[in-house]
Design a protein around this ligand. Structure first.
Ligand code: ASP
Length: 351
């Protein structure tokens, strides 16, 4: 597909005006049979890995491809952890975080607490390509998106609003309460009883040129304090790419990644010679060790009271995925097959 047509077909429509370095890379690139391609994503990312690989196989670079992949999930109202349809903050407002990192230029862009824009990953990319900065937040990020022609939309779907309202009404520390005939599902549980929840999509790609890029995008922790920014837009925390080594992305409790810069750590472990799988597990264990300093992060059985997951690829096309709690899965396209793979985990859920 010609680049011009590809841009038209992406979710951003008129806002897809990137002309940066990766555009140059992809315009001249012809896929080579020698170059092993791989795309990895979180468990909600099978459509993203499929789309990203399709684009890489057509000759697009990894950044174009992984962003187009996650745009599918950002725009999907049924994924309540990312973009449009994501669960809102405690005021009922959807605030989105995203970052991307481009291996060949070692450049990055990010947005935090962005409201009203369905595809924050596209805005993050423009921060990288059209400013001298890496991170824009809140109103400044929104004004920047507007300047680039992004359309503002109400991102709070009715389903997400009802989940938020139910969460608010069942809390004991305020004056809101649910109706007596609150909708119940067939198990007798309130139909939209979605508790505090994490969820994000991260997607990393190694293209046929041997270049690596990644993106992470999220609505973050549901019902969060307005203005709370997690790890997803922080380079080194929720995403890190080193074109000479590999890339790592994360989903789960962002606060632990902010304190450990775990994605950067995992890429450094790979630089020291660990496989992506071993590096992810070493990073995960570091997070668990450090969490023990703070008793409220641990359960009585000595296990973490939170979950976190890492996904990584290296320059050779090897990959890995881990989770504190399992069974857990991740999406992977190895150039031949696009399917869910089992992630290694430390503990079983509910034990
Ligand atoms: N890491 C995200 C955050 O803390 C949420 C998640 O991945 O579940 O905002």
């Amino acid at each position: 597909m010609k680049r011009r047509n590809f841009l038209k077909s992406t979710a951003a429509g008129a806002a897809s005006l990137w002309l940066g370095t990766s555009a140059k890379a992809s315009s001249f690139f012809k896929p080579s049979a020698a170059g092993k391609m791989v795309v990895i994503s979180s468990s909600n990312g099978l459509r993203a890995t499929g789309r990203a690989m399709e684009l890489m196989q057509q000759g697009h670079d990894a950044l174009d491809s992984v962003i187009a992949g996650v745009n599918i999930v950002e725009s999907d109202p049924n994924d309540m952890t990312v973009g449009y349809g994501g669960l809102p903050n405690e005021d009922g407002v959807v605030q989105l975080d995203s970052c991307c990192m481009h291996g060949p230029t070692h450049n990055a862009g990010a947005v935090g607490a962005l409201e009203g824009i369905k595809n924050p990953s596209l805005v993050a990319r423009l921060v990288m390509e059209r400013t001298d900065h890496v991170l824009l937040v809140g109103q400044g990020a929104l004004r920047f998106a507007r300047a680039h022609g992004f359309k503002e939309e109400n991102l709070l779907t009715d389903k997400a609003r009802r989940a938020w309202l139910h969460w608010k009404e069942k809390r004991k520390d305020n004056d809101w309460f649910p109706p007596e005939d609150a909708d119940r599902d067939k198990n007798g549980k309130a139909a939209l009883d979605i508790p505090f929840t994490y969820g994000t999509i991260t997607c990393l790609g190694l293209d046929g040129n041997g270049d690596i890029s990644g993106v992470t995008t999220t609505s973050g922790l549901s019902y969060k304090i307005p203005g709370r920014v997690g790890d997803s837009p922080i380079i080194g925390a929720g995403l890190y790419v080193d074109n000479e080594v590999g890339a790592c992305g994360s989903t789960g409790r962002g606060e632990e990644n902010l304190k450990n810069l775990t994605c950067h750590l995992i890429v450094e472990f790979m630089r020291q010679g660990m496989s992506p799988q071993k590096a992810c597990m070493a990073g995960l264990k570091r997070v668990v060790e450090k969490a023990k300093y703070m008793p409220r992060l641990m359960k009585d059985n000595g296990r973490p009271a939170f979950n976190i997951r890492y996904y990584a690829i290296n320059k050779a096309g090897e990959f890995g995925g881990v989770s504190i709690y399992g069974p857990a899965e991740y999406a992977l396209h190895d150039g031949k097959e696009n399917k869910m793979r089992k992630a290694e985990y430390l503990y079983e859920w509910k034990k």
